[in-house]
Ligand binder design. Structure first.
Ligand SMILES: NC(=O)c1ccc[n+]([C@@H]2O[C@H](COP(=O)([O-])OP(=O)(O)OC[C@H]3O[C@@H](n4cnc5c(N)ncnc54)[C@H](OP(=O)(O)O)[C@@H]3O)[C@@H](O)[C@H]2O)c1
Length: 197
């Protein structure tokens, strides 16, 4: 596949771009010097000719949710029908039904982006679009730098996957592997999914 990765120099975009290249895909690595993800015209120009777009963005002034809005407009206009949005885990639900991001224990340094990510998910979910999107939520806290093991679980929905020890966690390598598996196998259309051990 020809895959454009927006945010390819970032922590997660970089790992996903590497996994895609390892699998033989043709990857276009895009950053702020190439595209403004919040500007639909700029996105349309930069993604034309690709089969799919992965977006892994973070920034001030609601970059993530404004990016979601621009992508919804730009990808269909560019003839691209597949989007995998690297989302946040903060909007997943605790056992009591509260979002992790609304809990007093949620790490304050992640709050602004987590709220922006939650808004992006709402924008995708309420859109009327032919664009096939999937929004991947990592575990709310434990997305850990590390290699892929090749063994992990994915599931659609709003609650984190928990391991036998009661933890929700995944390495960045397995997270990237899940992103590519979902894209290659056309899984989770118009859905949020999560990945964990
Ligand atoms: N547990 C969790 O919930 C969890 C954990 C980790 C990450 N995440 C989410 O995953 C996303 C990515 O995280 P990350 O750590 O990979 O972020 P990062 O390392 O800060 O990378 C962000 C990328 O966004 C790009 N970018 C920013 N503004 C842009 C714009 N206007 N147009 C185009 N590109 C733009 C940057 O491009 P340049 O390279 O050109 O600067 C950069 O490559 C974040 O939204 C974060 O919330 C969630």
């Amino acid at each position: 596949m020809r895959i454009a990765v927006i945010g390819a120099a970032g922590n997660l975009g970089n790992v996903v771009a590497h996994e895609a290249r390892t699998r033989g895909h043709e990857v276009t690595a895009l950053g702020r010097a190439d595209v403004d993800v919040t500007d639909a015209a700029s996105v349309k120009e930069s993604v034309a000719g690709h089969d799919a777009v992965v977006v892994a963005i973070k920034g001030p002034e609601q970059t993530v949710s404004r990016g979601a809005q621009a992508l919804l407009e730009a990808l269909p206009a560019a003839g691209v029908d597949r989007l995998v949005f690297l989302g946040g885990g903060g909007s997943l639900l605790t056992p009591s039904g509260q979002r992790f991001v609304d809990s007093p224990a949620f790490p304050p340094q992640y709050l602004e982006t987590a709220m922006d990510q939650a808004a992006a998910l709402d924008i995708l979910r309420t859109s009327q679009t032919d664009l096939v999107w999937s929004y991947v939520s990592p575990p709310p806290v434990h997305l850990i730098p590390g290699d892929k093991t090749g063994t992990y679980r994915t599931e659609a929905g709003d609650t984190p996957l928990i391991d036998a020890g009661g933890e929700s966690r995944i390495s960045t390598g397995d997270y990237a592997s899940a992103v590519l598996d979902v894209m290659e196998q056309d899984l989770f259309p118009q859905q949020r999914f999560t990945v964990a051990y």
